[in-house]
Design a protein around this ligand. Structure first.
Ligand code: G1P
Length: 281
């Protein structure tokens, strides 16, 4: 049973400046819900109710979001506006939230290593909230938990991307084990297009076994001088087994404007489709 999910949320979100000048990028809303809330919802649905944030300076709005807002709640008590808080209240009832700070931005691997103090010695999920996933039938992290139950090893979610986009992602090469599931031979962080071993890109959903922390501690800086989770997973793949899972569903890269707008349209249409009597003004 995986009970903890780690959210690295210390990054700056420079692509969204000026919006992210004083606001965490994870608080950017897709329709009326911040990105981070979609992620926490997905973790909770996968049974991970201990939510661990690796946070940073200027990110306190995230802590406030997963807490009571007494004055506001008192004001809207008994009004129709209260309905808008139902989901977040349910999350707050079901989950616990803990925080630690990454002092210096030294890459995703460093952020995950910083989270060890909150995770301890157990397998855990990782969600990068920028990647907003809509699972087909089942949330993506829940799909991955099923695979973990069977194989008990680290798993990365993968998606086929156009070849010219491979340099934006960690890319795996591997052998098909069963439908949608690859045994990873190797993986490389953001390779130049002509050096990408495939077009199977890692997206922001991971299940990691806790030995990853030792590996991260002993890892030299990789791409861009940062500690890369991809490099640590490569070590695990060589020592034991790492799986790449081609998830069922769609993903929006909300760390980029195009993906953010596409997600906004998609989720708005979903909301609107479920309320057919309302017209859009
Ligand atoms: C990180 C990882 C990369 C992965 C990507 C998914 O990169 O380092 O391997 O493909 O997340 O979103 P970032 O987007 O943080 O640069």
């Amino acid at each position: 049973m995986i009970t903890k999910c780690l959210f690295p949320v210390a990054g700056y979100g420079t692509r969204f400046l000026p919006a992210t000048k004083a606001m965490p990028k994870e608080m950017m809303p897709i329709v009326n819900k911040p990105l981070i809330q979609y992620g926490v919802q997905e973790a909770m649905e996968a049974g991970m109710r201990q939510i661990a944030f690796v946070t940073g300076r200027r990110k306190r709005a995230i802590e406030d979001h997963f807490d009571r807002t007494y004055e506001l709640e008192d004001q809207i008590s008994g009004t129709t506006a209260e309905k808008n808080l139902e989901e977040i209240r349910a999350l707050m009832k079901e989950c616990t939230f803990s925080y630690t700070r990454q002092i210096q931005m030294q890459g995703l691997g460093d952020a995950i290593r910083t989270g060890e103090t909150l995770i301890g010695d157990q397998p855990f999920g990782v969600i990068l909230a920028d990647d907003l996933c809509l699972g087909d039938g089942q949330p993506v992290l829940s799909q991955m938990v099923e695979i973990f139950t069977k194989y008990q090893c680290s798993i990365v979610a993968i998606e086929e991307v156009p070849q010219q986009e491979t340099e934006k992602y960690g890319i795996i090469s591997g052998k098909l084990l069963e439908d949608r599931l690859f045994i990873v031979d190797s993986m490389v962080e953001k390779p130049p297009v002509h050096e990408a071993p495939s077009n199977h890109a890692i997206i922001g959903r991971y299940i990691l076994t806790p030995d990853i922390f030792d590996t991260l501690r002993n890892l030299p800086p990789g791409k861009n001088g940062e500690i890369q989770i991809t490099d640590a997973l490569n070590v695990q793949a060589k020592k034991k087994m790492v799986l790449g899972y081609q998830f069922k569903g769609i993903r929006f890269d909300c760390g980029r404007l195009e993906g953010f707008v596409a997600a906004t349209n998609h989720f708005f249409n979903l909301m609107h489709a479920s309320k057919p009597s309302q017209s859009v003004k």
